[in-house]
Ligand binder design. Structure first.
Ligand code: RB5
Length: 142
C-alpha cells in the first residue's frame, strides 16, 4: 500500500521511525510532514495528508502531532476522510474494522515509539468488516 505520513514539529523523530517501520512492512511511505523541529501549524499537515488520501494519491494515511488530536480534527474536515486517534492497539484495529478509518492518528507526546509501531501494525493488518457498519459509515458522509 501507499501510505501518506504527516506530522508537525512535535513528532519529527517519531515520524522517521514510523516511516522506516511502514517500509519494513513492505509498504511505500510518502512523507508529507515537516522535517524540522521549528514550530509549525498541525492543520497544514493534517489537511495535506487528508487531501492526498481523499484524492486517492495514497491508500491511507498516518498523522502524528503532540496528542494526535489537533491533526486528526484537521484531517476530518476533508470530505471522505475518517481519521481516528488511538493510543491502544484494540482501538487501532477497530477504527478500521468498524469505522473504515482511512487515517490513523496518534500523539508523539502520548505514545512511545514501540507502542506507535504496534498501533500502525494493528491498523494496517485490520480489514473493514462492512455489514452493519457499512450504513453507519455511509451516514458519516451525509
Ligand atoms: C504543538 O505544541 C501541539 O499543540 C500539537 O502537536 C498537537 O498536540 C495539537 O493537537
Amino acid at each position: 500500500m501507499k501510505i501518506a505520513i504527516g506530522n508537525d514539529h512535535a513528532a519529527v523523530a517519531l515520524k522517521w521511525e514510523i516511516l522506516e517501520y511502514v517500509e519494513s512492512l513492505g509498504h511505500q511511505a510518502v512523507n508529507y510532514g515537516t522535517d524540522t523541529g521549528e514550530r509549525c501549524d498541525y492543520p497544514v499537515y493534517g489537511k495535506l495528508v487528508a487531501r492526498a488520501v481523499a484524492a486517492k494519491e495514497a491508500d491511507c494515511g498516518i498523522l502524528i502531532c503532540g496528542t494526535g488530536v489537533g491533526i486528526s480534527i484537521a484531517a476530518n474536515k476533508v470530505k471522505g476522510i475518517r481519521a481516528g486517534v488511538c493510543s491502544d492497539t484494540a482501538t487501532a484495529r477497530l477504527i478500521k474494522e468498524h469505522n473504515n478509518a482511512n487515517i490513523l492518528a496518534f500523539g508523539a507526546r502520548i505514545v512511545g515509539p514501540e507502542l506507535a509501531k504496534e498501533l500502525v501494525r494493528a491498523y494496517l493488518a485490520a480489514e473493514f468488516l462492512g455489514g452493519r457498519h457499512q450504513a453507519r459509515v455511509e451516514l458519516l458522509e451525509e
